[in-house]
Design a protein around this ligand. Structure first.
Ligand code: NAP
Length: 430
């Protein structure tokens, strides 16, 4: 282990170019910390002629990224292409299969195929490292897998998508609607042209599924994550939330309950004073509650060239140091089958928003629906109205079972004076 660690990088876009830059700019610092040099020997991307803002002239170029896995002068393959399947998966399998370490920033790949890749890494006695796949520059994988390894994790939750947090923060600050703020985020480069992976919660769900596996020692179970995005969050809900003492955040929550594990991504009302409510703009934040350490919080930039490359290179330094840590905290072949709690069994307080023609007796009808479904009201607020106009009515209810809340709102929707389908937002008590 005296020679330099030889690195092959597939994908030279935002993150790949960032990795080349950090390895160049902090070369001697990184070598001192790793105890040996880190050198890039080979690279691959689609278009060799593209200007990437960093020179690739010194590296052997491969048009086919999978060829990196065959090179004798590559010890570690770094996959920075993206996508859960296709060339990223082919390259990852081939690299681990030929005894190379694999470092990736690809959450979709790990969320869908992490267990199979972990088994391949275990068989070849090499590393599968993916710090950059979750919350960019925040070392949350390391914190959970290593720093908190002595604890039984009871719950973790976090803001795992910077695009959604940017949009919700701006909606709260400006009172503007989702579509307006999304368009601005796209113009500023904080949201993709096709924003669906981000705003529909899928990206956050990939990351949550990975963290839940490490936290609970279970196989990654992306399919069981309950996923809702932020498209339906309205300025009026944000305004009512403020009046009730809450902020609205897109949270990923993974929680051990007596009957199994809850994994869910959806907009949440969180108390204004909760630390997670102060994570704003493009920042990510994660809270992990352990049985002995209590509550710990991590905050930082969740994306971008610098923060993501920082996490990739930290994984490379660990490999250069000879650290061998199980990818998911325990040997992959010992990960348990997860028992997932269905969303209908979730219990918590709720906020509901109704649009109602205000006439005598309507509230008695609401009360009957609540009683019939065993739902107990906590507060109700009504927006002032012009005579004859429908009014916005919101209520919060005490902890109840999700299926009871959903059935209750279905019955409320049938009341003649209710002029639009009621909506609900879960309240997270933190
Ligand atoms: N961007 C972020 O802030 C961020 C944060 C965390 C994680 N990630 C993850 O990091 C990964 C890379 O993201 P990115 O933002 O850097 O993507 P990107 O800017 O779109 O770059 C993708 C790179 O992959 C190359 N590529 C595409 N198809 C290829 C193929 N068949 N063979 C070889 N190379 C191919 C592209 O080549 P050309 O340049 O020649 O087109 C490009 O260099 C993704 O998994 C992403 O989810 C990104």
């Amino acid at each position: 282990m005296t020679g330099p660690l030889k690195i092959g990088i597939a994908g030279l876009g935002t993150v790949g170019a960032g990795v080349l830059e950090i390895l160049h700019d902090n070369q001697s610092l990184i070598a001192a910390r790793a105890g040996r040099g880190l050198v890039v020997t080979a690279v691959s991307a689609r278009d060799k002629s593209r200007d990437r803002g960093v020179s690739t002239a010194a590296f052997t170029w491969f048009d086919n990224a999978a060829d990196l896995a065959d090179q004798a002068d590559v010890d570690v393959v770094v996959e920075l292409i993206g996508g859960s399947d296709g060339i990223a998966k082919t390259l990852a399998e081939k690299a681990l299969g030929t005894g190379k370490h694999l470092v990736t920033a690809n959450k979709a790949l790990i969320a869908h195929h992490g267990v199979e890749l972990g088994l391949l890494a275990e068989k070849a006695d090499v590393c599968l490292s993916f710090e950059a796949a979750v919350a960019g520059g925040i070392p949350i994988v390391k914190a959970l897998r290593d720093g908190l390894a002595a604890n039984r994790v009871q719950r973790l939750y976090g803001i795992l998508n910077g695009t959604c947090n940017y949009i919700l923060t701006n909606m709260a600050d400006s009172g503007r609607a989702f579509a307006d703020v999304l368009a601005e985020a796209q113009a500023l480069g904080y949201a993709e042209t096709d924003p669906s992976f981000d705003v529909d919660g899928v990206d956050a769900a990939h990351k949550l599924a990975i963290l839940a596996s490490i936290a609970f020692g279970t196989k990654i179970d992306f399919e069981s994550v309950h996923v809702e995005g932020i498209r339906n969050v309205s300025p009026i809900d944000i305004d009512f939330a403020k009046r009730l003492g809450y902020g609205i955040k897109l949270l990923g929550v993974a929680k051990q309950t007596p009957t199994g594990i809850e994994q869910r991504v959806h907009p949440c009302m969180v108390p204004v004073r909760a630390p997670i409510n102060h994570v704003s703009g493009v920042y990510n934040g994660v809270v992990v509650d352990g049985d002995f350490v209590d509550s710990t919080i991590y905050e930082g930039r969740g994306a971008g060239a610098g923060p993501t490359a920082s996490a990739v290179v930290t994984d490379l330094i660990d490999i250069a140091r000879g650290l061998r840590v199980p990818a998911f905290g325990i040997a992959t072949h010992t990960l348990k089958e997860p028992v997932t709690v269905p969303m209908s069994d979730h219990r918590g307080p709720y906020y509901a928003h109704l649009i109602v023609v205000d006439k005598p007796g309507v509230f008695a009808e609401f009360a009957a629906c609540l009683r019939d479904h065993n739902v107990s009201m906590e507060q109700v607020l009504q927006q002032s109205r012009d005579p004859g106009e429908p009014v916005d009515v919101v209520m919060t209810v005490h902890e109840t079972r999700e299926s009871d809340m959903v059935n209750c709102l279905e019955d409320i929707a049938k009341i003649e004076a209710v002029v639009a389908p009621p909506t609900m937002i879960r309240i997270e008590m933190l």
